[in-house]
Every structure is written in structure tokens, then in C-alpha cells.
Design a protein around this ligand. Structure first.
Ligand code: X90
Length: 282
């Protein structure tokens, strides 16, 4: 049984099939005395509601080494995807966990992939790896295919606030300023280096959509799976679904709500879009 593991920014929680099992190592969010663990027990609706009105300081922390090792347990073939090392210690903590696990399980094969992205792109990669495992591919070929896929997958976002990114020092002051204007949506992507890269400041959803579809073309998108994660923004998600269907054939779109960590960073109305293009990007 192959184990596929990601951090909780993949927003899938858990899966078990014929050939593989999937687990997530949770990140944590702290606001004053309130401590949230981004796992299945988190009430995401209450959590998001809490942060809508919370005015104090808050912070996040990457999964502990122990939480990774807990996910690894019981398997000798472990494929790990982490959110970008460009803005988080998550990849590093997974590497430390790998080395520790190997000391007690020297025969285990563990591959840790830094996706240089997060959210819906990470989810895309996880789903692809699961589907390869369920098709019966062996561990080595899944690792190979996934390393290649990671170069072509893309993430785009529309965010109405970068407040929590700025507060946690995960974007530059200059980038943070962009979103301080009310009503502005920051449209952007994960850069090649795995950092948050704004592309345009948009005054309406329609303008975001124009940029987004252009980026689908620029990435050489030729259909296939698309993952859309959002926090309370059905309206814009429907516009995106419609526009993708109008522009491309053979598209399979999965829409879902962000869970804890992603909800905290995208904030209310935030949307993440992940897919695989044809052009090598990373
Ligand atoms: O505490 C930690 O180590 C977590 C650090 C930040 C994690 C950010 C997750 C953001 C989720 C926002 C997507 C847009 C930004 C993409 C930049 C690569 C969703």
C-alpha cells in the first residue's frame, strides 16, 4: 500500500483506495488564546466566521515533524507533497521527518516533493498521484511522472485581502499594500520560486476572469482536470466554470471549499485555481 501524504493546504483530508492511502499533516493557526489545528475536527465555517471579526494578531505554523511521522507510519513507500518552501517551513519539516523515519525504517522509500505552490495546485497533484496509484503504477514511476507534472501545473488566485499574508511576513510590504484598497481583487500566481506573485489589480470579477482565461491559454492548457477552491464565493466560481467551458474542451472541474489554513490566507471571497498546462513553467 503506497502512502501519499500532503500538508493540510491540499484540503482533501483523507482517502483510502485499493492501492494507496492518503493523509494530511495539519498546519496550525493561532489567534491570541485560540489555537486551531487544520484537521478533520476543525469546524471550517465557525473558523472562517471567527477570523472575519477577529482584529488581533494571528499566526500560522507548519506541520510538526511528529505529525509527518505519524502520517508516514506503517508504509515502506511514501510520497510526500508539500506547499512551497518559498513561504513556509513545511517542506523542511517534512525533510527532517523523512530522515528521522528512515533511522527506524531504513528500508522505506520516501520521496518529498516541494511543489513550489499550494492550495488547488497541490490538490491537483495529490489527485493525480492517487489516480496513478489506483491505476496500478508502481512507486518509482509515480514519483517520476509527478516530478514532471509539477513543472507544468499552475496556480492562480483572486484575493480581496492580503492582510494575513502581510501579518505573517509571507509577502513583501510592497505586495501587501496592493490589496489595502477596498474593492480591489489581487489576481496572481505562484512564481517559479514559489512565492506569491501579483499579476494585476482588478476592480471587478469580470476583469479577473479575463486575466485568468488568458493565463489558461498562456500555460498551454488543453483540457483536463481543474480544481477550484474558494471561501464563500460561489458567484465568481460559477463565472469561472462557465468561462472555462466556453473556451476549452474536455474539462473536468472540481469545486470545493477551502479548509483551515487556506481559508485563513485567502480570506473571505478568495478563490484558488489549479490545473496542468503544457508549457514547462518551473
Ligand atoms: O505557517 C506556515 O508555514 C504557512 C505559511 C504560508 C502558507 C500559505 C498558504 C496559502 C494558501 C493562498 C494562495 C496564494 C498564494 C500562492 C503563493 C505561492 C492559499
Amino acid at each position: 500500500m503506497i502512502k501519499i501524504i500532503a500538508d493540510s493546504s491540499a484540503d482533501k483530508l483523507y482517502y483510502k483506495g485499493e492501492n494507496c492511502e492518503y493523509f494530511e499533516a495539519p498546519l496550525t493557526i493561532t489567534a491570541g488564546d485560540n489555537h486551531f489545528v487544520d484537521n478533520k475536527d476543525l469546524d471550517v465555517e465557525k473558523f472562517a466566521e471567527f477570523f472575519k471579526s477577529y482584529k488581533g494578531r494571528s499566526m500560522t505554523a507548519c506541520p510538526s515533524v511528529d505529525s509527518w511521522i505519524e502520517c508516514f507510519g506503517g508504509s515502506n513507500e511514501i510520497l510526500v507533497f508539500t506547499l512551497t518552501s518559498g513561504i513556509s517551513g513545511t517542506y523542511n519539516s517534512a525533510l527532517v521527518a523523512k530522515n528521522e523515519y528512515l533511522q527506524t525504517n531504513p528500508d522505506a522509500k520516501i520521496e518529498v516533493i516541494d511543489t513550489l505552490s499550494t492550495g488547488a495546485e497541490l490538490r491537483f497533484l495529490v489527485e493525480k498521484a492517487i489516480s496513478l496509484a489506483e491505476q496500478g503504477c508502481d512507486f518509482e514511476s509515480i514519483v517520476q511522472t509527478m516530478k514532471e507534472a509539477t513543472k507544468r501545473t499552475r496556480l492562480f488566485f483572486s484575493l480581496k485581502s492580503l492582510h494575513n499574508f502581510a501579518q505573517n511576513g509571507r509577502v513583501s510590504k510592497l505586495t501587501a499594500q496592493i490589496s489595502s484598497v477596498l474593492g480591489i481583487r489581487v489576481f496572481g500566481t505562484a512564481s517559479k520560486e514559489g512565492t506569491l506573485k501579483p499579476i494585476a489589480k482588478c476592480l471587478s470579477d469580470k476583469i479577473v476572469l479575463k486575466h485568468l482565461i488568458q493565463e489558461f491559454y498562456n500555460s498551454g492548457f488543453k483540457g483536463g482536470k481543474v480544481f477550484i477552491a474558494h471561501l464563500n464565493n460561489e458567484k465568481f466560481v460559477q463565472m469561472v466554470q462557465k468561462a472555462i467551458a466556453e473556451n476549452f474542451e474536455n474539462v473536468d472541474i472540481t469545486v470545493y471549499q477551502t479548509r483551515g489554513l487556506c481559508s485563513y490566507y485567502v480570506e473571505d471571497g478568495g478563490v484558488l485555481i489549479g490545473f496542468e498546462g503544457e508549457e514547462i513553467y518551473k
